[in-house]
Write a protein that binds this ligand. Structure first.
Ligand code: CCH
Length: 278
């Protein structure tokens, strides 16, 4: 039936488990897809964001930050074929939210209604430029610049980065390597527990600077360490390490806000594109 988002959700859940892929789940890469599709938003120009599903197009599809997400998009393609009425923009964001829930995380508020940009009428300004997503090699000033541009505050930033309880870095995608937690397919506050207690040290290798625990099993990016080294961020990270319920509540609200960025809603003119007549 056209418009049955519950059925799409069921189909997303049904493909998550994949024993021969990474840690056995497509969940983490779906969360990263939803985040990168949305995180291009610029509140000043009101451009970018999840509406449009512009990651299908150059230059966004070729942004180094999006390396590997072509796999996530391909894994979702059979679901798009089965439910052709759903837009890619809704499907990608719904997949991220569904994956978080299915991996034990909180329920994320999600609403349908995103449209896809038509490739036939595409102009250069319809696709966000490269460089809007955070650079893992940088510290707190950069992280703040990028997330403030999307419209987030410090508490929302720390909550969102807690998604690194999931998944891993791939040397053939970002150049970094390894998971942040021992349970990369379970959504939890383990990222904050580890970040604030492990004795992190520089990894000895030829790759980009990253931090590892003494057994070289777990990792942190320089941008993750910024959460520990910045006093404001660290206070929030410690709170989340102690109280998973607070983390879940804050994360659900922040991720729900993330996937709404740039989505025009009739009752929210402030979020509508500039040219809208709302
Ligand atoms: Fe992230 N992330 N992320 N991240 N991320 C990577 C992987 C995941 C940064 C860098 C990286 C968020 C914020 C940041 C996920 C969710 C979120 C990788 C490895 C890098 C690098 C990519 C690879 O090699 O495959 C930086 C920098 C920031 C902020 O400063 C936010 C916010 C979210 C979601 C709310 C998830 C999930 C992954 C794992 C993907 C996978 O394939 O396992």
């Amino acid at each position: 039936m056209a418009g049955d988002y519950g059925k799409v959700k069921e189909d997303i859940k049904a493909i998550l488990k994949k024993p021969d892929y990474d840690d056995g789940s497509l969940g983490p890469v779906f969360v990263r897809l939803a985040w990168h599709a949305s995180g291009t938003y610029d509140k000043h120009s009101r451009t970018g964001g999840s509406n449009g599903a512009t990651m299908r197009f150059n230059p966004e599809s070729n942004d180094g930050a999006n390396a590997g997400l072509e796999h996530a998009r391909a894994f979702l393609e059979p679901i798009k074929q089965k439910h052709p009425w759903i837009t890619y923009a809704d499907l990608w964001t719904l997949a991220g939210c569904t994956a978080i829930e299915a991996m034990g995380g909180p329920q994320i508020p999600w609403k349908a209604g995103r449209t896809d940009k038509d490739p036939k009428n595409l102009t250069a300004k319809d696709v966000p430029p490269n460089g809007r997503l955070p650079d893992a090699a940088q510290g707190q000033d950069h992280v703040r610049d990028v997330f403030y541009r999307m419209g987030f505050n410090d508490r929302e930033i720390v909550a969102l980065i807690g998604a690194h309880s999931l998944g891993r870095c791939h040397s053939d995608r970002s150049g970094y390597s390894g998971p942040w937690t021992y349970t990369p397919t379970r959504f939890s506050n383990q990222y904050f527990k580890l970040l604030t207690t492990v004795d992190w040290r520089k990894k000895q290798w030829d790759g980009p600077l990253q931090y590892v625990d003494e057994d070289d099993e777990l990792m942190m990016l320089p941008a993750d360490m910024a959460v520990l080294w910045d006093p404001e961020f660290a206070k929030i990270a410690k709170e989340y390490a102690k109280d998973q319920d607070v983390f879940f509540k804050d994360f659900a609200a922040a991720f729900g806000k993330l996937v709404e960025l740039g989505v025009p809603r009739a009752n929210d003119p402030g979020n509508a594109p500039k040219r809208s007549k709302l």
